[in-house]
Design a protein around this ligand. Structure first.
Ligand code: B4P
Length: 204
């Protein structure tokens, strides 16, 4: 299956996609994790300049990184995109790339939660993980960036009939239960696209 997770910072995209990965046995592609994992390279240092300020990393950097990942054989079995796409340009590029492969998206899962809950989750995470972008000022900037640059994707995917919205205000186990039910329903409704063949996600 090919699934996209969208949601504001701290909504639980990483938390839930890791659980779904175990359930569906398909790989997980988190652009946030990939970017953080490159911190010792010139690309990672460049990306950190944006991430630490709560801004999105520029599309060309993200798109070439995702293209390289999707070329790996592990992604032949499908993929869960966590935090990607985050802009309309990224979404269009992903659509083009998947169209070339003949494997369109199966579903887009929106995790929806109130801002106050999200801020308190991220401040808790700041204590546990010491992420440089989990400061009160940066969290505010990330929320604003989400509403301006990423939330328009909800209409984009709704228009394609792909969007499922899940209430992410409950405990993580309950959120996962709702996601699993939505995924099972989708699997029973239509043929799923099990394969992603090689080929980069080129910038639109
Ligand atoms: P990400 O790494 O994607 O991180 P996120 O949006 O902060 O978090 P997520 O929603 O995954 O929350 P999590 O499960 O961890 O992005 C970081 C930065 O990378 C971006 O700001 C941007 O600069 C850059 N970036 C990434 N992708 C990009 C792209 N495509 N284009 C451009 N730039 C990009 O959960 C948060 C916390 O809440 C955790 O501590 C968790 O334990 C807790 N939690 C989760 N669910 C819970 C629940 N139901 N109840 C209580 N707590 C819960």
């Amino acid at each position: 299956m090919l699934i996209v997770f969208i949601g504001p910072p701290g909504a639980g995209k990483g938390t839930q996609s890791k659980r779904l990965l175990e359930y569906l046995q398909i790989p997980h592609l988190s652009t946030g994790e990939l970017l953080r994992g490159k911190h010792n390279s010139p690309l990672g240092r460049l990306a950190a300049q944006y991430m630490d300020k709560g801004q999105l990393v520029p599309d060309p950097i993200v798109l070439s990184m995702v293209g390289e990942e999707l070329d790996k054989p592990a992604f032949n079995r499908g993929c869960m995109f966590d935090g990607f796409p985050r802009t309309i340009q990224q979404a269009k590029s992903l659509d083009d790339s998947l169209k070339q492969r003949g494997t369109p998206l199966d579903m887009v899962i929106e995790l929806r939660a109130d801002e106050a809950e999200l801020v308190s989750r991220m401040l808790r995470r700041a204590k546990a993980e010491n992420r440089p972008d989990d400061t009160p000022e940066t969290i505010g900037r990330r929320m604003e960036v989400y509403h301006r640059q990423t939330a328009p994707l909800l209409d984009y995917y709704r228009a394609q009939g792909l969007l499922t919205t899940i209430n992410a205000m409950c405990p993580a186990d309950d959120v996962f239960q709702a996601i699993r039910e939505a995924v099972d329903k989708k699997k029973s409704e239509r043929p799923v696209h099990l394969a992603v063949s090689a080929g980069p996600a080129s910038p639109a």
